[in-house]
Structures are given as structure tokens and as C-alpha cells.
Design a binder for this molecule. Structure first.
Ligand SMILES: *Cc1c(COP(=O)(O)O)cnc(C)c1O
Length: 459
């Protein structure tokens, strides 16, 4: 008999979180204009806004904090991190940055020009932002199966090779500075890319002379899915799988706030010496000297340890099983969730959950607010408010899916928290037909409105 999963760590320090009353929460969310970004963290019981930089560090990482060498140049902490990155990725050059988007900013400053085209699976929003800021175009070549939430496919992050080839064939190849593979694919719901697909994408890119870069924020979680779902990798270690994955590319950007298991940090690793030379100049301008790039020595030391901890099979199994457990438990209660459950979050399907609330009244936001009021849980709307207005007509853009994302921080919440979350959703689901009214916007910013929007409840 197989024993159930359990965490490969025990707790040596706790951070109290406040269990407020429903009356308090009704007051607080009203004062926050029904925008969950406006809440103080003390007003939240379980915070699932993001899994980025919100995880717990280990005792060994905290020990590195004490060992941090804060020398401006050539610190021991930098050397530790550089050795870890080169050992894990196999790339020749390493550039530290303060977080993932900073790595994109530095690398793309060296590689992306006006009119360039960067194909990939669904680009993350900061990646796309940094491409479009430079007047380039990001082209999404993800397989069609990824967009059907009811369909099971083990690797919904895969690239459709025909779509990619079409981009290569129909554009001047010198306009394509590189292709980008996001592992796991955040935008598609934390869905993994198979090694088979990575290998084929790499071969196609090589045949056209186009470099391939990874957006590697959740590469360790991707490698876990490869081990679990791709027969040839069943007996390989996560570290070996990661080494093979990186060997098919020319470089990577990393948000260490995800699979680096730290609260802040990022880096670039790559093989091309010319790109490296150009990029370090931008790094010095934007981030800091090349041996710290916006990170303190202690932060680099903690990251060097975190990178290895994130490759531990038992850690990954407990992390991903926890997310799957939450998703499956909710599905058992009938709660509509996006399938298959990805690596880092559960997505509630608000179109199926609260069809009684009109779309013009922001039904996914209404569901996220209800979850906060009932249970003190903070998720995030990925629906009409986030989709913003059409830049020309200024009308609301209605995306195909209205989702509430519940992102699970790493090593932070217990199994009982998952039970609590599932029970809270169960309760809301049972009373869903009573939900008739949503919200109206009373103030919004001209761009990126979701962070600061003010809403009013429609009575
Ligand atoms: C988080 C993330 C980024 C950006 O990283 P930050 O550390 O938040 O700046 C880029 N790509 C992916 C896939 C991410 O998940």
C-alpha cells in the first residue's frame, strides 16, 4: 500500500495569522472599495494572492542570511550563487538581477529591437510587456488543447510546432532574435511542457538558427511533471531532468521568487558570450554591479541554497500534491475548477460558478470578494477587470474565461488550511444561486486598472 504524501519538513518557527470575524471583513472590504489589493495583510487569514516571493525559507537558507557577504564586488555569496546556477543549468554565463522582470529587462535590452517577433508558448504578462515596450510582438504558439478547460492533456504548456514553423516561415528570420518557452506556462494555468516538446522545439529553432530561451520561473515544478507524466523520465532525478531541459536551450531568465524559494531575487543564465557582454552593461545601469545585480549578499546566499531545495523530489511531490489535493477536493464538492490542476494554483471558473451574476457586474471579482467575506481568503480575479478596456473603443473587454486564481505559497500553509479552503468554497457553492448582484466601477486608472480600481456593490 502506498502511504499518503506528507511534508518532508517540520515547523520550527510560526507566524501567527489573525482569524477575523465576518462582520469585520465586511467592513474592511467595503473600506477597501471591494478591491482585494487594497486590504492590509493583517485583514487576511489565508493569503492566496500569489505564490511569488510568499513562500517559507528553510533553516539552511536562514543560516545563509547570517553568512551573507555584503562586499560590493566578488562576494562569497555571489560565488556560491554563481556555482549553483552553473551547476544546475549548465550555462556558461550568469547575471544576477533583483527579480524576474528585471532579468527580462536586461536581457531584452540586449536582444530585442523595434519590429522584432518573439514566438513562444503563452508569454507571461511582464515578458510580453517588456517585448511590447520595445515595439516587438509576442506570438502565442501554444497548442489548441490548452484553451479547453474541460479537456485533459498532460502537457497543456506545449508549443504547436506547426504554428511555430509558420512564424519562422512567414517572417524574415533576422526579425526573430529568439523564441521563449515558459516552464511551467503560468498564463495557461501552471501547465507543464513535455521534454519531447522541448526537444522538438529546440530542433526546429536550431534548423532556422533561432536561439531558444526559457522563462524558467517554475522549471523545477515542470521537471516534476515530466518525471510523473513522461515514461522515459520515471527513474531520472529532478536535477538530471533539469540539466537535460536546459541543454536544449541557449539561456534563461528566472524569477527566483518562484522555484528559487526566496522572497526576492532573479537572474539570467546563458551561453552566448556576445549577448552576455552586451547584457552586463545594461545590468550595471539598471540593477547594480555584475556580482550583485540588485540582490544583497545574504539574499544571493539564500537563493543558492533554495535552488537546490526546489529540486528535491519529496519537496516537489508535497508541494504539487497539496495544490492537486485542494483542486480535487473542490471538484468533489461540485465546485467548477479549471482542469487539469496546474502546479502552483487552483482556478475557479466563475462563468460556471456564478452565472446568475451578469458579466457586466464582474462576476469573478464578486466571487473573489465573497470568498474573502465568508472565509478571510484572498485570491485574485483573472477576468474582465484584469482584461481592462479596449484601448480604442474604451469598452470593457470580456475574456473567454472569468477566473479566480488561488495561488498556493510554497511550504507555507498546512493540510488543514487546504481542508478549510475546500469547505469554505463548498459553502459558497451551496448558496451560489442567491448571488444576483455584482459590482460597478466607481473609479479606475487608465491602464492596469485591477491594482487600484474602486468598486461599489450593486444593491
Ligand atoms: C513571476 C514571473 C515572471 C516575473 O518575475 P518577477 O519576479 O515577478 O518580476 C516572469 N515569468 C514568469 C513565468 C513568472 O511566473
Amino acid at each position: 500500500m502506498q502511504l499518503p504524501y506528507s511534508e518532508p519538513y517540520r515547523i520550527k518557527m510560526v507566524e501567527p495569522i489573525y482569524k477575523s470575524t465576518m462582520e469585520q471583513r465586511k467592513q474592511w472590504i467595503k473600506e477597501a472599495h471591494y478591491n482585494l489589493f487594497n486590504l492590509k495583510s493583517d485583514q487576511v487569514y489565508i493569503d492566496l494572492l500569489t505564490d511569488s516571493g510568499t513562500g517559507a525559507m528553510s533553516d539552511r537558507q536562514w543560516a545563509e542570511i547570517m553568512l551573507g557577504d555584503e562586499s560590493y564586488a566578488g562576494s562569497r555569496s555571489f560565488q556560491k550563487l554563481e556555482a549553483a546556477v552553473k551547476d544546475i543549468t549548465g550555462y556558461r554565463f550568469f547575471i544576477p538581477t533583483h527579480q524576474g522582470r528585471a532579468a527580462e529587462n536586461v536581457l531584452f535590452s540586449a536582444m530585442v529591437k523595434e519590429g522584432d517577433i518573439i514566438p513562444g508558448n503563452s508569454h507571461f504578462d511582464t515578458t510580453k510587456g517588456h517585448i511590447e515596450f520595445r515595439k516587438g510582438t509576442a506570438i502565442d504558439c501554444t497548442i489548441d488543447e490548452a484553451f479547453d478547460t474541460d479537456l485533459y492533456h498532460p502537457f497543456k504548456g506545449n508549443i504547436d510546432l506547426k504554428k511555430l514553423k509558420k512564424v519562422f516561415d512567414e517572417n524574415p528570420i533576422e526579425k526573430i532574435p529568439f523564441a521563449v518557452l515558459t516552464v511551467t506556462c503560468n498564463t495557461a494555468g501552471g501547465q507543464p511542457v513535455s521534454m519531447q516538446n522541448i526537444k522538438e522545439v529546440s530542433a526546429l529553432c536550431k534548423s532556422y538558427g533561432v536561439p531558444l530561451y526559457f522563462d524558467a520561473a517554475r522549471y523545477a515544478e515542470n521537471c516534476y511533471f515530466i518525471k510523473e507524466r513522461e515514461a522515459a523520465y520515471k527513474d531520472k532525478s529532478i536535477k538530471d531532468i533539469a540539466a537535460e531541459l536546459f541543454s536544449y536551450g541557449d539561456g534563461m531568465t528566472m524569477s527566483a521568487k518562484k522555484d528559487g524559494l526566496v522572497n526576492m531575487g532573479g537572474f539570467i543564465a546563458l551561453n552566448d558570450e556576445e549577448v552576455y557582454r552586451t547584457a552586463i552593461t545594461f545590468n550595471i545601469m539598471y540593477e547594480g554591479f555584475i556580482t550583485y545585480g540588485g540582490m544583497s549578499g545574504r539574499a544571493m546566499g539564500a537563493l543558492a541554497v533554495g535552488l537546490y531545495e526546489a529540486l528535491d523530489y519529496d519537496y516537489l511531490a508535497s508541494r504539487i500534491t497539496q495544490v492537486q489535493y485542494l483542486g480535487e477536493k473542490m471538484a468533489e464538492f461540485g465546485v467548477p475548477v479549471q482542469k487539469p490542476i496546474g502546479g502552483h494554483a487552483v482556478y475557479l471558473d466563475a462563468n460556471k460558478f456564478v452565472p446568475t451574476i451578469p458579466r457586466e457586474e464582474y462576476r469573478a471579482q464578486a466571487l473573489a470578494v465573497e470568498l474573502y467575506i465568508v472565509a478571510g481568503v484572498r485570491g485574485v480575479e483573472i477576468g474582465t477587470i484584469l482584461a481592462d478596456r479596449d484601448p480604442v473603443t474604451r469598452e470593457n473587454r470580456y475574456p473567454e474565461l472569468e477566473l479566480v486564481r488561488l495561488a498556493i505559497p510554497r511550504r507555507t500553509y498546512t493540510h488543514n488550511h487546504m481542508e478549510y479552503l475546500a469547505a469554505a468554497l463548498h459553502r459558497i457553492y451551496d448558496t451560489r444561486n442567491e448571488a444576483k448582484n455584482g459590482y460597478r466601477i466607481v473609479w479606475e486608472a487608465p491602464i492596469m486598472r485591477h491594482f487600484t480600481v474602486k468598486l461599489e456593490k450593486i444593491e
